[in-house]
Design a protein around this ligand. Structure first.
Ligand code: 13P
Length: 251
């Protein structure tokens, strides 16, 4: 059984004080929920305080990106071990905004995933097609390319610490969610790609989150899909009450 995983991605939002306030409110609302994994991906500046606030709760803290080198002359970059040092347990890698605006490629995603895993972090690897690619009938090709390129060279053992997030770019921040049928179709396809790469056991064990305008009023139908194992959430993860409602999708 794959444990559902609801994870926030705050993107370029929240001060340190706002992050701590958020957790202090959220933790009461989701206390005692142990059958759903909960995480918050936050800006680097928040991470240490966020991790401290999450101590003793069922909420994990993580970063939204990392670099692949451990140290050296790489001005502005942050190493996976530094993210770990800030108390985090995971890092989001290859988000479409990083691919679109910051030159992220499958090759850099792959290096970052390997570095994150080597540092003992869980890697949430984002994949997904743009609107034009979907219109051209290329959604599966793009998703396969992102998965194969991003996870190349990983072992079955390493895959235990990898989560895939399928985020169709046309559904991010637009209010336009993939229908449950659209999500399920790609998720099942993504799992078949994992099976070809790593075998059935790994494919069945790997969580595949959906991301793109997930809200309290559509989370239940998305989570009801056989191959949707969680959500990676932007907008609705910025307020404790809506994020708590997502975590409580079973209620
Ligand atoms: P929204 O939930 O705001 O559409 O963002 C999704 C996303 O990009 C999560 O990583």
């Amino acid at each position: 059984m794959r444990k559902p995983y609801i994870c926030g991605n705050w993107k370029l939002n929240k001060t340190i004080a706002e992050a701590v306030d958020f957790v202090n409110t959220l933790k009461g609302e989701i206390a005692g929920i142990n059958d759903v994994e909960v995480g918050i991906g936050a800006p680097f500046t928040c991470l240490s305080a966020l991790s401290d606030a999450c101590k003793g709760t069922n909420i994990a803290s993580g970063a939204e990106d990392c670099y692949w080198e451990e140290s050296g002359a790489f001005t502005g970059e942050v190493a996976p071990s530094m993210i770990k040092d800030a108390g985090c347990s995971f890092v989001i890698i290859g988000h479409s905004e990083r691919r679109q605006f910051f030159g992220e490629t499958n090759e850099t995603v792959n290096k970052k995933v390997k570095a994150a895993l080597a540092a003992g972090l869980q890697a949430i690897v984002c994949v997904g097609e743009m609107l034009e690619e979907r219109k051209a009938g290329k959604a599966n090709d793009v998703v396969k390319d992102h998965i194969v390129g991003g996870l190349e060279g990983l072992s079955a053992e390493q895959m235990k610490n990898v989560v895939i997030a399928y985020e169709p770019v046309w559904a991010i921040g637009t209010g336009e969610t993939a229908t449950p049928a659209q999500a399920q179709e790609i998720h099942a396809f993504a799992r078949s790609v994992l099976k070809d790469m790593f075998g059935e056991v790994v494919a069945e064990a790997t969580r595949i989150q959906y991301g793109g305008s997930v809200k309290p009023d559509n989370v239940k139908e998305l989570m009801a899909c056989a191959d949707v194992d969680g959500a990676l959430v932007g907008g609705a993860a910025l307020k404790p009450d809506s994020f708590a409602a997502l975590v409580k999708f079973k209620a």
